[in-house]
Design a binder for this molecule. Structure first.
Ligand code: PLP
Length: 437
């Protein structure tokens, strides 16, 4: 038995005392002990290995145990793991931000580093509120968003998540009441000739009406760029985002785009908003920044907004967290951006997309399959009914794949470095489990 292997006692302790995501502390779902990960593989304690189809929830683009990212972490850990950012600065933060800003559109140039995606969304919302307040628009205190979104589990973020999925009714009276438009209907891959007209009619019109009726109260629009991730892996048409950008400009509303999941290449573009040719007023980045090594987020805005907030009544932006710009996280993120800037990601994502289309689209013929959607390195198979997660997960593991479905959605977003043989293990596993749903 290797030293990292868990004992029965360990597992019982875990089950009794440690909460896992979205589980009961009384009857938790089964967990699989993992002791090591390498490339695209997770190694389970029973000696088997599974291809990670989830990239540990969007994060691990460059594979596990990546030598360059390891080296960056080790080199930094030997200098300093952490130092407060109040009154101190350091090379890892500066290097990381220099690279990040060089990748973002020119207008986005003021970065605030924090420690999770949820918090980056909270920060963006605070920025929008402080910006309008400092301009004297004191009634602009709410946010407009679309249903089926996901922005994290902190309260600010929750207030713009899908109201049903994130149980808004449970926090009634406490949670900020924001404005929700129906989720866009026209999908990314819609091939109708008059697609823009359809988007205008079905998606833009209801959104525009909410803006026209409420713009005096709306500080910002918060949306995920193109892909609505944890809210159902929906992919909306870029023309919708283009029109939302125009409406925000017209009505003095800030556009906050959440790229926590799709930023850094996942959709085939470096940033999801590039599909629509727009630039947000504030962008939120997270998950993908350190390629799965450490938690780090960046909220980036324009000089105009940064300045306006700073000349407001506070004379500053009132936000500062203990682990802000953590040097270890910044050093890894900086190396991750170097890897991205070498440009391989583009062909990797493109190859994954081509293979996903070839291997997943035929599943549309299976009677249980309702839809197949593919964009960049994201593959989604929607089935006709809610799946039994624990049962399917067991079957996936037997088939050599780490895939964790939710509701009626089976999806994969593998590391960019996955080989075509490894990717086939994932798509074959999906094909295999369909007969058991
Ligand atoms: C995961 C996610 C978040 C929240 O990030 P955490 O680091 O889990 O807090 C926010 N927005 C989107 C789009 C996400 O996918």
């Amino acid at each position: 038995m290797c030293e990292h292997q868990l004992t029965q006692e360990d597992l019982e302790f875990d089950k009794k005392h440690i909460w896992h995501p979205y589980t009961s502390i009384i009857t938790p779902l089964k967990v699989y002990p993992v002791s090591k990960a390498e490339g695209s593989y997770l190694y389970l304690d029973d000696g088997s290995k599974v291809v990670d189809g989830m990239a540990s929830w969007w994060c691990v683009q460059q594979g596990y145990n990546n030598p360059r990212l390891n080296a960056a972490a080790i080199s930094q850990i030997n200098k300093m793991s952490h130092v407060m950012f109040g009154g101190i600065t350091h090379k890892p933060a500066i290097d990381f931000c220099r690279k990040l800003l060089s990748l973002l559109p020119d207008d986005l140039e003021c970065a605030l580093l924090a420690d999770s995606g949820s918090i980056s969304v909270d920060i963006a919302m605070k920025m929008a509120l402080r910006y309008h307040n400092s301009l004297g628009y004191t009634s602009k205190k709410r946010f407009l968003t679309i249903k089926k979104g996901y922005h994290g589990d902190a309260f600010g973020a929750v207030s713009v998540c899908d109201p049903v999925n994130s149980r808004h009714s449970a926090y009634n009276g406490f949670l900020a009441e924001n404005i929700f438009c129906k989720a866009p209907e026209i999908r990314f891959d819609c091939s109708e000739e008059d697609v823009e007209q359809l988007v205008e009619e079905l998606d833009v019109k209801p959104f525009a009406r909410l803006i026209e009726d409420n713009h005096n109260e709306i500080s910002g629009v918060v949306m995920e760029s193109i892909v609505q991730g944890a809210g159902g892996l929906r992919m909306y048409h870029p023309y919708f985002l283009k029109r939302v950008r125009e409406l925000c400009c017209e009505f003095n509303i800030l556009l906050i785009l959440d790229e926590v999941a799709v930023g850094l290449g996942r959709t085939g573009m470096l940033f999801g908003f590039e599909h629509a040719g727009v630039v947000p007023d504030i962008v939120c980045l997270g998950k993908t920044l350190t390629a799965g090594y450490l938690t780090l987020s960046a909220t980036v805005t324009t000089r105009k907004i940064g300045n306006q907030i700073s000349i407001g009544p506070d004379g500053c932006f009132m936000h500062g967290q203990t682990y802000m710009a953590n040097p270890l996280a910044c050093a890894v993120a900086s190396e991750n951006l170097s890897i991205l800037m070498e440009g391989k990601w583009k062909s990797q994502v493109c190859q994954i997309e081509t293979q996903l289309k070839k291997e997943l689209l035929p599943l549309l013929e299976h009677p249980i399959v309702a839809d197949v959607r593919i964009l960049g390195a994201i593959g989604v198979v929607e089935v006709m009914k809610r799946v039994d997660v624990e049962d399917l997960q067991e079957r996936f593991v037997k088939a050599g794949a780490w895939i964790r479905p939710f509701n009626n959605i089976i999806y994969i977003l593998p590391p960019y470095i996955i080989t075509s043989q490894e990717l086939t293990i994932l798509t074959e596993a999906i094909k295999y489990v369909l007969d058991f749903i």
